[in-house]
Design a protein around this ligand. Structure first.
Ligand SMILES: [Fe+2]
Length: 327
């Protein structure tokens, strides 16, 4: 029983770290005019891609081979997964930081009962993820999309050279997928304007698929005020565009040369919408040592760095701790 409780607590912490609680909201400005790179031109756009990541905190890439098909297929399967009976989805809950998690997050101390995730480690050669047996295509679509994003992430990282001055080897990266489902709350949740409050991802690099919105059985346009905001600006891209943003670990590894990207996801002001999304978190090996020497980086992260360097594994643990204390 004690062991079981430990897993529940750790699971809640883990989920929270991937989507930590709101801190402060940057002033919202006009919608960002997003520069979209063509996948086939990436090798010739190294300087522009690099400066985009440094200045805006994200890049948007169109025509990644197979991406649109993989995303469409995945979102079809995601809808089927969400519609599975609760007892079937319950069998996909894991104690090993993967699988289905529903209603585990809080906003300002109030449990968000309409948000679900399916996490999967896609780098582990032994697949320990608790996939739904009755929906085998879900696993295939998930791994296909996640692998495609992971491979593209490594291409971008190789191009821009994040971590080039560290001991980071791109072949050693791992990746965790997160299928996100934002359901319709059973009752009005008051002041919560966000599906996800402002935060920084704590890993290295995050891949993002443009979300799908549904009202009933219809796929509908993203409501004007809702969706992803990066650095306070609304970001809308066509459905065949894959995006990447920078995590805290990249900031630490680059000694502040590149900074982690503040982002949040806003709810529509009116109307009952479901939101379906997918993100992929790329992380370095647990043993990689993070030891920034830049004063402003140390100051920014001093609460977790505790005045010294640490391995990525310890950095993860600190992130969990932070969330747990906040709770
Ligand atoms: Fe995030």
């Amino acid at each position: 029983m004690k062991q079981y409780l430990k897993y529940i607590i750790l699971s809640i912490i883990f989920i929270g770290v991937l989507s930590p609680p709101i801190t402060c909201i940057a002033s919202e400005r006009e919608q960002e005019q997003v520069k979209i790179f063509q996948y086939q031109n990436l090798p010739d756009s190294k300087d522009e891609v690099t400066s985009m990541l440094h200045q805006k905190g994200f890049i948007a890439i169109q025509n990644v081979i197979g991406f649109k098909e993989a995303r469409d297929k995945f979102f079809e399967q995601q809808k089927l997964f969400v519609a599975l009976p609760d007892e079937v989805k319950e069998r996909c809950v894991s104690q090993n930081f993967c699988g289905w998690a529903y209603g585990k997050e809080c906003f300002e101390g109030i449990q968000d009962k309409s948000k679900g995730s399916y996490y999967a480690n896609i780098s582990d050669p032994v697949d320990k993820n608790p996939w739904p047996e009755s929906l085998p295509e879900f696993r295939i679509a998930y791994i296909n999309l996640a692998t495609l994003i992971f491979n593209t992430a490594k291409e971008v990282l190789s191009l821009v050279g994040i971590g080039k001055n560290s001991e980071l080897e791109l072949e050693q990266l791992s990746a965790t997928g997160r299928m996100l489902y934002y359901g319709i709350p059973e009752r009005d949740d008051g002041n919560n304007r966000f599906w996800c409050g402002e935060h920084l991802d704590h890993g290295l690099f995050t891949g993002l698929c443009p979300a799908i919105y549904r009202q009933g059985d219809q796929i509908v346009d993203e409501p004007a005020e809702a969706g992803l905001y990066i650095k306070g600006r609304k970001i809308s891209v066509p459905s065949d565009v894959l995006m990447f943003q920078v995590g805290e670990t990249a900031e630490l590894l680059s000694n502040g040369e590149i900074t982690a990207t503040e982002h949040y996801v806003k709810k529509p002001l009116n109307g009952a919408y479901e939101r379906f999304a997918f993100a992929l978190f790329c992380a370095p090996p647990n043993s990689l040592y993070l030891n920034p020497s830049n004063k402003s980086v140390i100051e920014k992260y001093q609460a977790r760095l505790s005045g010294g360097g640490m391995t990525f594994e310890q950095w993860n643990a600190k992130a969990f701790e932070r969330y747990y204390i906040t709770k």
